[in-house]
Design a binder for this molecule. Structure first.
Ligand SMILES: [Fe+2]
Length: 268
């Protein structure tokens, strides 16, 4: 693909987003948040692909995945007024359906279309599927890192404003009470990711997001996470118990190991 293709996709994306805005202030806040998120994920993607010295046509493909990864959020919100996939629809699958139905990618070679669609389809899965295609796996890992890095930003900003000014759909409707679930915390302390189905409170959701550290694939992602201080910012919103203090040190150490250690096999 070329720069020209990317320009076309960017203007298609803007037009598509605009078509969902209504006069409702709450809807505007929720949709704007996803547009902003997309912009930041594209930026994260450019940074990571530059750091791994990806060739430029592949970099454009990666940016297209970033641009369209959450396209399904717009029809999802418009129909169900929620970003909670469990009570509506899988926004990743919906996104691939939108792209196919609208024929957005039709100017690209078939193999590039496939990479974009598959990477979008699995961007929100608990883990990437076991596939042999190294190129495909690389793009899947890239979008998962670029996306996670920005979900942390969204959450840090969400928690920093008074509850009444928050974009309502971000917290998935989970209660913001000073409690978290022990099973979610124990997952993190055994270096495993938590899953959406375990969440009972907003603090559980924050813990689940912290568990994504274990799913990061590129050294740059750990560097950006550290630079932007998301870990400390999110932990500071949780109850200050001894167990949370322990978790904070544990995660900090994991991040530092991945910044200082030898590049992992994912750092192609
Ligand atoms: Fe997403």
């Amino acid at each position: 693909m070329t720069e020209k293709d990317l320009k076309f996709f960017q203007s298609w994306f803007s037009r598509y987003c605009r078509s969902f805005y209504t006069g409702n202030e709450e809807d505007r806040k929720n949709l704007f948040l996803k547009e902003e998120h997309t912009r930041h994920v594209c930026k994260n993607m450019r940074r990571i692909t530059k750091d791994i010295s990806m060739e430029s046509s592949k970099g454009l493909l990666a940016e297209t995945i970033a641009l369209f990864h959450d396209i399904g959020r717009f029809p999802q919100y418009s129909e169900y007024k929620t970003f909670r996939d469990g009570s509506s629809v899988n926004h990743a699958t919906l996104g691939t359906e939108v792209l196919c139905r609208e024929g957005v990618l039709k100017t690209l070679p078939k193999n590039e279309q496939q990479i974009i669609l598959q990477a979008i389809k699995f961007h929100n899965a608990y883990a990437i599927p076991d596939i042999r295609d190294n190129d495909m796996a690389l793009f899947m890992r890239l979008i998962r890192d670029a996306d996670k890095l920005d979900i942390w930003r969204v959450f840090v900003e969400y928690l920093a404003v008074p509850a009444k000014d928050r974009p309502s759909a971000v917290g998935l409707g989970l209660p913001h009470i000073p409690e978290y679930s022990e099973d979610v915390l124990s997952r993190l302390l055994s270096s495993r990711m938590a899953s959406l189905s375990m969440l009972k409170t907003l603090n559980d959701f924050i813990l689940m997001q912290l568990s994504w550290v274990y799913d990061l694939n590129f050294r740059t992602s750990f560097i950006l996470l550290k630079e932007r201080d998301y870990l400390k910012k999110l932990i500071s919103t949780l109850p200050s118990t001894e167990a949370i203090g322990k978790l904070s040190l544990f995660l900090e150490e994991y991040i530092m190991e991945h910044i200082q250690g030898a590049p992992s096999h994912h750092d192609l």
